[in-house]
Design a protein around this ligand. Structure first.
Ligand code: SAH
Length: 603
């Protein structure tokens, strides 16, 4: 087989329960390395057999160390090739499941013979410091000492174990301190949901033939889930019974993807159910959310606008309600601001937004507002993240507005923090009207919209002489999930589609049917300005195929137009049409252009 590029080994996590692993030789110096290896083999549920220890002292050490472990075997004799086919489990015709060689360097010949035999028998083999005689390598691995199940392994693929180990430590040091609790909690919720909701679905006769647990998993159950379908449209008021039953599954997968990592330890099963009153999440976990009588979670029973102002209006009291409205406006010291928080990086937050974050009594935020911005909220400030998940958007919106209104009536300073700019596809206008009609006119602070910031951070000049002389910002998802009105194709225009990636196939089909050039450059920009930003350049016609291949990393948007490649000199871009699929796109990851580490220096 000809190699087009340097091979990248597959990393797997192997189920080794009941396997037999053969360790040949115990190395030169102390046998501590062999002891560590045997211990991890035992922990994995396999049985190690050590054969041919290098010295009598190694033999003694090992006998003492594992004296009481019935799954451990030590054979003090030279190795024979026939051991490979005799010491294993009956189930696999006595062939051992895995081989580790650590023989003195002068035994190269034997190592080569064992390697060759293992290849023939398809036994995975690792030879100490001899990659040419190995089919797998052990990676430096962090195992969560608190037993959550989290493991982190790093490889540099032959560029140094020490370096990989150092990188691993760096990653581990940067994890939130409650990472074990996060993994444990998410694992328990996942298990509970799978047991309660999925099993019910599978038991329903008409589903059982076409569905498996994995298909229901929304990424909860395996890692080959189709992340590009992650934000699939669910019609909130027309959910099928299957959609209803998968609601908690969908919410949990969305929470895992969007919520600040460190807060995942505190999510409870009740917060995944819409029967829970005041179901938004207080991300400042040291604070308790107090439930007020108006915090009614049942969408149908949320009172109408006028009712909300009156503590206990009786029917037909219109005049009185209006009077109360006036009174509330003059009396209440409550204030509300709708604040744009920018696309992600705190370098793109306005000073006005920062001021509002620091002086609020209550912050109502969207799930898209990223961690770096949320981290600026003082710990004592009550904060809620909207539960806007597919199938719950309307409900969550009502819930949030109601919560804001109640706080305003209690003289609080409420800050409604919104991703990007409040008026660009952010329902800012609707929220403005809601609060205004209820007697509290919001101050609105603009934010840097992801639609324009995304172009800048992905090296796209939205306008550029002779290339693009206009910009259009539009949505890929119209009202109630319909397709939006398709704009005309203008060759000198840069078009930004928000909320479009999860339904790119349908959208691009329609664009092309309506005269758009399928060969025009397109960029998929995800998590713009966040550390895990990803920019994927391709052509418009390939976008759905590329998204299917690379999966999704929400939130993301699509930029289309010749400006996409205006600043890029790259050989890949010229070969996007070749038949091999890897050359249909060109990807760049990470955002490091500008970071502010110490805000205090600014003032
Ligand atoms: N008011 C926001 C947009 C809200 S609509 C603004 O002005 O940015 C939500 C959509 O915005 C997402 O579906 C995605 O298309 C886009 N979006 C928001 N933040 C983004 C980011 N950091 N990177 C890429 N797209 C983003």
């Amino acid at each position: 087989m000809t190699q087009l590029y340097e091979p990248i080994p597959l990393i797997t996590s192997t189920n080794s329960v009941n396997e037999v692993h053969l360790l040949i030789g115990t190395g030169e110096d102390s046998c501590s390395q062999t002891i560590r290896k045997a211990k991890s083999i035992l922990k994995s549920g396999a049985s190690p057999i050590i054969i041919n220890p290098t010295s009598q002292s190694h033999y003694k050490k090992l006998s003492i160390e594992f004296a009481h472990d019935p799954n451990f075997k030590l054979l003090n004799r030279p190795f024979q090739l026939s051991d490979l086919t005799q010491l294993g489990r009956k189930l696999v015709s006595n062939i051992v499941d895995r081989v580790f060689i650590n023989l003195p360097p002068n035994d190269t010949l034997l190592a080569r013979d064992i390697h060759n035999q293992c290849i023939k028998l398809r036994i995975p083999i690792n030879t100490f410091q001899r990659p040419e005689y190995s089919t797998f390598t052990m990676l430096p691995t962090y195992i969560d000492p608190k037993g959550s199940g989290l493991q982190i392994s790093v490889t540099t693929n032959g560029r140094g174990y020490i370096l990989a180990n150092r990188i691993k430590r760096e990653i581990v040091n940067n994890l939130p301190s409650n990472i074990s609790e996060i993994v444990t909690n998410m694992g328990q919720l996942r298990d509970q949901i799978i047991n309660e909701d999925h099993k019910i679905l599978l038991n329903e006769k008409f589903f059982s033939t076409e569905l498996s647990i994995n298909k229901l998993g929304y990424g909860l159950d395996n890692d080959s889930w189709e992340s590009h379908k992650f934000n699939k449209l669910i019609k909130e008021f027309e959910m099928t019974s299957k959609d209803q039953k998968l609601k908690r599954t969908r919410w949990l997968s969305q929470i895992m993807e969007y919520y600040p990592l460190s807060k995942l330890a505190d999510i409870t099963i009740d917060q995944l159910s819409d029967t829970m009153a005041s179901g938004t999440t207080n991300i400042n976990t040291n604070k308790k959310v107090t439930k007020t009588p108006t915090d009614d979670d049942d969408f149908a029973s949320i009172p109408s606008k006028q009712q909300k102002l009156s503590p206990s209006p009786s029917s037909g009291e219109k005049v009185q309600i209006q009077l109360q409205e006036k009174e509330t406006t003059t009396k209440s010291k409550g204030s509300i601001s709708l604040v744009g928080a920018g696309p992600g990086s705190i370098s793109m937050l306005t000073i006005g937004a920062l001021h509002e974050i620091k002086t609020a009594d209550l912050i109502l935020t969207d799930k898209l507002v990223p961690q770096a911005v949320l981290d600026l909220i003082p710990p004592e400030t009550e904060t809620f993240i909207a539960r806007k998940f597919p199938g719950n958007a309307e409900h969550a919106q009502q819930e949030l507005l109601q919560m804001g209104l109640t706080a305003l009536q209690n003289d609080k300073k409420v800050v409604r923090l919104k991703q990007g700019d409040p008026y660009i596809f952010g329902r800012g206008g609707e929220e403005f009207l809601f609060f205004q009609e209820n007697g509290f006119e919001p101050i609105v602070l603009p934010g840097l919209s992801s639609s324009l910031a995304s172009t800048v951070v992905s090296k796209i000049p939205a306008t550029q002489r002779a290339i693009a002389d206009q910009v259009l910002i539009c949505t890929g998802t119209g009202r109630k999930g319909s397709l939006p009105v398709i704009p005309e194709f203008v060759r000198t225009r840069t078009t930004v589609f928000l909320m479009a990636l999860h339904r790119s196939e349908e959208l691009i089909d329609n664009l092309i049917k309506n005269g758009w050039d399928g060969d025009v450059p397109a960029a998929i920009v995800e998590r713009a300005s966040c550390p895990d930003q990803r920019v994927t350049r391709t052509k418009l016609k390939y976008v759905p195929q590329v998204i299917e291949e690379i999966g999704s990393r929400p939130p993301g948007l699509l930029v289309v137009g010749n400006a996409v490649n205006a600043l890029i000199r790259n050989e890949y871009l010229n070969s996007l049409d070749s038949s091999s699929s890897t050359s249909k796109y060109y990807m760049e990851e990470g955002y490091k252009a500008f970071e502010i580490n110490d805000l205090s220096k600014l003032f």
